[in-house]
Design a protein around this ligand. Sequence first.
Ligand SMILES: Nc1ncnc2c1ncn2[C@@H]1O[C@H](COP(=O)(O)OP(=O)(O)O)[C@@H](O)[C@H]1O
Ligand SMILES: [Mg+2]
Length: 353
Amino acid sequence: MAEASTELDIEHPDALLAYLRAAGQIGPAETPTIRNLAGGVSNRTVLVERASGEGWVLKQALAKLRVKVDWFSDPARIHREAAGLRWLEKLAPPGTITPLVFEDHTHHLLAMQAVPMPHDNLKTLLLAGAPPRATLLDYAGQFGRLLGVVHRTARERQSEVEPVFTDRGFFESLRVEPYYEYTAAQVAAESPEGAAFLRGLVAKTRARTLTLVHGDYSPKNVLVREGRLILLDHEVIHWGDPAFDVGFALTHLLSKARHLVPRRADMGDAARAFWGAYREALGPAPWAGDIKAMAVMHTLGCLLARVAGRSPLEYLDEPARASQRTAVLALMTSPHGPPASVERLIALFPEQQ
Ligand SMILES: Nc1ncnc2c1ncn2[C@@H]1O[C@H](COP(=O)(O)OP(=O)(O)O)[C@@H](O)[C@H]1O
Ligand SMILES: [Mg+2]
């Protein structure tokens, strides 16, 4: 009995209903509406709407990710996400984090409050070219401020926060290896200097234990409700190098600046708005000086990883990926060194050959 119950698959509504009742999370006769949510690759996510009007999203980590190649990760990472939800609610700006409802260590799942409808996914909005310029810049500013506030407030509470998030195992297996190390191996023959750049970046990243790092800070993990941003998906959260989040986020804005040509100027300005708001919210952090150089390096690293690594941007076709690869390698290995500032990188990358 106990063994069978550990095999609960929350995407099976009857099994989920029985589980919620047996666990006492809902009344024994209560029948909520249950709907599987699409989109994620590493988790099952299910919306549960109760008669009371309360909505939960249940999330259960998959051992095998839903990608083309075999990719495995310990489902216990859902408990890192639960810890992330608990702490981010205290650290991030009010209303930007969905409260945790419950966590279950037996079935490796959690429940958080659902973001009510209507809402939009920020990546979907950006790819559709939807937000008018002023709205786009507002969202980009919120996106930067949210990150800067988390990086600053986590460091202010370092003695409490760091011990919870010291383990970097998921960051290593879900980011360092598939993004940087795998990409270094992919480009080594064509560009030994590019591979050396990435390997150097890995060493620097590992040496930097400065504050709380989200690790998946992408528009795909942001919902927009009534004009306000809400951050999701915290399973790669760890104590480490904040510049990784900046580079990961800027990669999405800059890839779109390069490839969504009609929106190039607006997306470039969105990247500037993100970076400006981030630094303002970060304030005089102890690493505020070298965040600039590290942010350039991580942005270049992620821009390359998203076209040559294990997790390529799905909205780019082969020629677009090849063009981005050539452009990033040219910037990484320029005889004058990489761009001297984030502003310079934002100016150069969208047009770089
Ligand atoms: N609290 C929530 N409220 C509403 N929708 C959510 C919530 N959590 C997740 N989702 C939906 O499920 C999708 C996948 O969730 P996410 O946490 O990003 O999982 P994954 O790790 O699989 O990417 C999100 O893009 C979003 O559409
Ligand atoms: Mg996600």
